[in-house]
Design a protein around this ligand. Structure first.
Ligand code: SF4
Ligand code: SF4
Ligand code: FES
Length: 467
C-alpha cells in the first residue's frame, strides 16, 4: 500500500493501480465513460481528467498509475472546465432524445451532463446524423447517434466473450460501431453489452418501451439454467407503482434479468440464456391441484397422495435438481426414510444451445445437482424395480418411462401429459420462494423471493410435511 492525497484527503492505494481505481475504492467520485474494471484501459473519453501536482497538463485518472505522495485534485476549476468541455464535445452530435430513450434513469451521459455539463449548447452547427434502429441481432438494437464511441462493447467482445464481433469503423465524427462483416451479433454473451454501454446506444429489443426503469426494482436471484448458478437481478415493479386496474399482470411480471456481480461465481457477466431467465419462468404454469385430470382442492389432492403412499408397498421418488438446499433438507427429514430415492437431470441441453464453454456455461442445465448428489447420491430411475407409487418432483417427465406406477407429480409448470398423473400438486417456482443452491463447485448462492405464489400453489417443503 502507498499513500496518496486526493482532494486534500490522504487515501491508501495499491501499488500499480490507477488514480481512478484508488479514488473509487475510497468513495471519491471521478466521472468515467470508457473505463470498466473488467476491460482494458482505452482512455478515449477524457471525462476522467484530474489535476496531478507536478504535471503540466490534466491527466486521465483511468490511465494514471499512483505513485507515493502523489497529490491529485478532482474538483479544481480547470478540472471542472475540462469536464464541461468534454461533455460539450460528447453532446455535440448526441441527439439528447432522453424522453424516448429506454436508458433514461440509468444513463451515465444523462447523469454527467446534468452534473458536469454546460447549461447551454454552444455549437451553431447542425448535429451529424447517424443510423437509428440499427438491428445488430434478434436481441439487440443499436442507436448509432447515441453512441459516444467509448468502445466498451467492442472491448467486451474482444477481451471477455472473445467473439470480436463488434468494431468501430470510419474516422472522426463519421466513426460508428458496426458488426463484423455485417454478420448477426450472435455472441452467446452479447446481452452483457446492454449493461456496460454507458448510454442508450445499445438496447434490448425485448425490453424496449416495456417500462421506465424507475418503476422497477431489482431482487437478488440465481439463474437456474445451468450448474454455474450465476447471480442475477430480477427486475419487478415497485409496490407503489403497482397497476391497480387494467394490466394487473404487470405486478407479477419479471421485466428483465441483469447480471449481479458475484466475484466467486460469475464475476460481472451472465450468458444470454441467463438474460432470458424470465421468459423461461413465464411458461404455462400448473395452477390447480388435479386428480386424473380433474381439478380438486389442495386438501383432496394431498389426502389422495397420502392414501396412495400409505397403501404403497414399494414407493419411490425422483428428485428435482431444481430443488433448493432447504427443500432437499425438508424432504430428507420428513419423507426420505419412506421412499426409494432416484435422481435425474430435469433439463438437458436444448438443440442449438451452447453446451459448455470456457467462460461460464456448464453442460449440466440444472442449478442444484451438486446438493442432490451430495445428499442422496446419483441413481437413475428404473421401471424394472417395480415401484407401485412414484413421486415425480420437478417439471416435464415422460410418464410412460415410469411403468405402471401410480404417479404423484409435484410440478411448477403444466406437464404435457397432465391428465395422466394420478395426483398433480402445483409447487412454487424459484421466483416465488427464497433459498440457496450449490453450484457445480459446491459454492452456495442465495436467491430471494420475487413474487407471492399463486393461491393454490404450494411450497414443496410444506407439502412434505403433509405427506
Ligand atoms: S455502443 Fe455503447 S458501449 Fe459501444 S462504443 Fe457506443 S457508447 Fe460505448
Ligand atoms: S452461465 Fe449458466 S447459470 Fe450463468 S447465466 Fe448462463 S445459464 Fe445461467
Ligand atoms: S474513463 Fe478515463 S478516459 Fe475514459
Amino acid at each position: 500500500m502507498i499513500e496518496i492525497t486526493i482532494d486534500n484527503k490522504t487515501v491508501e492505494a495499491n501499488e500499480g493501480e490507477t488514480v481512478l481505481q484508488a479514488a473509487l475504492r475510497n468513495g471519491i467520485e471521478i466521472p468515467h465513460f470508457c473505463y470498466h474494471p473488467c476491460l482494458s484501459i482505452a482512455g478515449n473519453c477524457r471525462v476522467c481528467l484530474v489535476k496531478v501536482d507536478g504535471r503540466p497538463k490534466l491527466m486521465p485518472a483511468c490511465n494514471q498509475t499512483v505513485a507515493p505522495n502523489m497529490v491529485v485534485e478532482t474538483e479544481a476549476p480547470e478540472v471542472q472546465s475540462a469536464r464541461a468541455a468534454v461533455m460539450q464535445f460528447i453532446m455535440l452530435n448526441h441527439p439528447g432524445d432522453c424522453g424516448i430513450c429506454d436508458k433514461a434513469g440509468e444513463c451515465r451521459v444523462q447523469e454527467y451532463q446534468f452534473k458536469y455539463g454546460m447549461a447551454e449548447p454552444i455549437s451553431i452547427e447542425p448535429k451529424h446524423h447517424k443510423k437509428k434502429f440499427n438491428y445488430l441481432s434478434e436481441r439487440i438494437v443499436l442507436d448509432n447517434e447515441r453512441c459516444i464511441l467509448c468502445s466498451r462493447c467492442v472491448r467486451f467482445t474482444r477481451e471477455v466473450s472473445k467473439s470480436a464481433q463488434l468494431g468501430i469503423v470510419e474516422r472522426g465524427s463519421h466513426s460508428y460501431v458496426a458488426r463484423l462483416d455485417a454478420q448477426p451479433f450472435d455472441d452467446p454473451y452479447s446481452d452483457n453489452v446492454l449493461g456496460i454501454c454507458p448510454t442508450g446506444a445499445l438496447l434490448s429489443r425485448e425490453f424496449m418501451y416495456k417500462s421506465r426503469v424507475w418503476y422497477l426494482e431489482p431482487v437478488r436471484s440465481v439463474c437456474t439454467r445451468c450448474a454455474r448458478g450465476c447471480s442475477v437481478n430480477v427486475w419487478r415493479r415497485k409496490k407503489h407503482w403497482y397497476v391497480r386496474s387494467l394490466g394487473e399482470e404487470k405486478n407479477i411480471t419479471a421485466y428483465r434479468i441483469s447480471p449481479l456481480e458475484n466475484p466467486e461465481i460469475n464475476g460481472r457477466w451472465i450468458c444470454n440464456t441467463g438474460f432470458d431467465l424470465h421468459k423461461f419462468m413465464a411458461r404455462p404454469r400448473a395452477m390447480a391441484p388435479m386428480m386424473a385430470g380433474n381439478t380438486v382442492t389442495v386438501d383432496e389432492a394431498s389426502a389422495e397422495a397420502n392414501r396412495l403412499l400409505a397403501g404403497a408397498t414399494n414407493p419411490a421418488i425422483i428428485l428435482s435438481a431444481h430443488a433448493s438446499n432447504e427443500e432437499l433438507q425438508a424432504f430428507k427429514e420428513k419423507l426420505s426414510p419412506r421412499v426409494q430415492v432416484y435422481t435425474r437431470e430435469d433439463y438437458c441441453p436444448a438443440e442449438g444451445e451452447v453446451v459448455e464453454d470456457d467462460l461460464l456455461i456448464r453442460a449440466d442445465k440444472n442449478p442444484n445437482s451438486y446438493s442432490v448428489h451430495a445428499m442422496f447420491g446419483q441413481k437413475a430411475f428404473s421401471a424394472a424395480a417395480g415401484h407401485d407409487v412414484v413421486i415425480v418432483w420437478g417439471d416435464q417427465v415422460d410418464y410412460t418411462s415410469l411403468g405402471n406406477a401410480k404417479i404423484i407429480h409435484l410440478t411448477s409448470y403444466a406437464p404435457e401429459q397432465e391428465t395422466r398423473a394420478d395426483v398433480l400438486l402445483p409447487i412454487s417456482t424459484t421466483f416465488e420462494r427464497s433459498g440457496t443452491f450449490c453450484n457445480f463447485e459446491g459454492k452456495t448462492n442465495r436467491f430471494e423471493q420475487v413474487f407471492d405464489k399463486p393461491k393454490l400453489v404450494q411450497h414443496a417443503s410444506d407439502l412434505f410435511g403433509r405427506l
